[in-house]
Design a protein around this ligand. Sequence first.
Ligand code: GDP
Length: 698
Amino acid sequence: MGRLRVYELARQLEMDTKELMKELADLGIEIKSHMSFIDEETVNILLEMYSKSEDEEEFDEYEELLELEEEIYDKKRISKKGEVEKEKPEKKKSLVKISEEDLKLDKFSEKIGIPQNRIIQDFFMKGEILKPGQTLNLQLAKKIAKLYDVRIGFDIEETKEEVKENPLEEIEKYFEEKYKNKENLVERPPIVTVMGHVDHGKTTLLDYIRRTRVAEREEGGITQSIGAYQVEVNGKKITFIDTPGHEVFTEMRARGAQATDIVVLVVAADDGVMPQTIEAYNHAKSANVPIIVAINKIDKPNANVELTKQELVNKLSLIPEEWGGDTIMVPISAKKGQNVDTLLEMILLVAEMQEIKAISDGPVRAVTIETRLDKGFGPVANAIVKDGKLKIGDYVVAGKVMGKVKALVNDQGKRIKEAGPSTPVMIVGFEDLPDAHSVIYSVENLDKAREITEKIKEMEQKELRRKRHLKLEEILKMMEQSEQKELRLIIKADTLGSVMALNTAIQKLQSEEVRINIIHSAVGAITTSDVMLASASDAIILGFRVKADSQSRKMAEAEGIQIKTYTIIYKLIDDLRAALEGMLEPEEVEEITGRGEIKKVFKIKKLGSVAGVQMYEGYVEKTGIARLYRNGKLIFEGKIESLKHYQQDVKRVDAPQECGIKLENFDDIREGDELEFAVIKKVNKKLTFDEGNEQKNN
Ligand code: GDP
């Protein structure tokens, strides 16, 4: 056996690549990634080590038995510990009664005795944004109370409130709970989206894979594409979303549904990294989805794979594995099919590392890719099942539209009876056309489906569920109250020069306290796609010498996204800086306010020594600091316990007046000692900049 890559060896050993990597690390064998090579000698040793003899297998069984016993013992211990804890009388938590007026965050926080800021902060860390004084619904109130372990009871009719609550959240909660227990999860095929610059070959690639991998369409089957297809590679499946580009991807994400596990970024080797390559990359990155680069068109005479890789490094910081980075890059020709198999294998490999899981039974959750009105079938939704098995006869809801599944059609145009996780499927049976990109859920029965859709309709009418994003000022305010401060920006400008200048200038505003994350910057007008990205990642859009078209303005308004446009760079920077500086913790600076000399020492019973001080310069403040010097040496530094002017307690005494001062916890004062007074002032910190202030750029 020659040298092997880690994942290849894992296959040989019938092991998980991840597992093998862990084993290797434990053995002290250094490996960068699953693509790294392992030399021949090590391969042989490992093969020997891991191919077990029968004896060893028996031994393994014995070890398993031991582990099992230990587990049981552990459980016993835990239950014992539990009992011990119970012995202490549990402090009985009293019930906090919440009335209608208390359902404002400020009032509520008072009631439960947790500071409002802390609640905002804690929720912010959990990714949920609350505003000071905002109205709470019962569900949210309960959630807050639960976090701080406070028992609350409502003086309100819950039913009245229930109407306002999104019934889908409850279903989502079910999945959330299920996902917590790994045992409920099974592996599912990865869902892949192909993205990249126009004409770089996305469609060609998707077509090639479909043509060569998807089995022949059924005779007489439906020939229309269903928006996604599934292929089989080395006995494993991959689901491809059949619409290239990031629109579907981002729109779904903006609706809270992540329908992509892996992004294939197509870059033509004769054209290199182009604006939409960068845009696509930013979309994938902000969604935290792993990227595999397909360097396409390598059959062309002017293709330059090395140069393209260099550009990927320079412009996107995507470093190929062979150069020591961790991005898989596969040179391909989508037109000729060259190396496409390797690309597919790499997708499987990345999928394996990602642990892409689903719940295989129970209620169904599916993401819609597209919907259309079919002449024969009526309203249909093309979707990919994420969890559960969708079956004919299931009742489903998709937003405010419900249906009963009458037929399921797969990517080969074949009618199927059920569709499990990651299966693309056309769903027939909706009463109306569902919203494209909505999430479809199966529910128990017709009544439940009606109830849910009615509630959602009601909610929509009241616009209670309108997605709200925050304005720059509000985001900054939130960040002020939280530890982790990050401002996310999308920057659009008129020229590449401006984009670069803005990027540099804005990056310089970054400080230790405030992170600025430019999630996307590009040349061109502000588009709906920018708004979508901003919406999905709670960012603010800054435009420099560009406009937002009316469609994106409208969308921004609906989504509550803030767009700020400027024509002068320093105005933009000033605005940002002022806002950012406003949220920095103020700095504490000491300021010397005055000096004086001890003229007389009064010993007062119970109180101690009080100094009769002649002020020479400036003033002394009761709340300030005092320093005592004797023969030029510092003897004492600390607080002032009392400050008197003619027997009267005062806040401040100015030179050349006299005063009586008692220093806190210090009595060793003598005539002739000198005193220096100071105060601590809070000053707003300024952001410091590197040399070459960006203001000169304009
Ligand atoms: P998309 O806009 O990214 O979907 O790009 P298309 O798939 O429509 O491809 C744009 C053009 O590039 C078409 O004329 C394709 O035939 C051509 N093309 C795509 N892939 C390759 C390839 O690997 N080699 C060559 N020579 N041409 C390709």
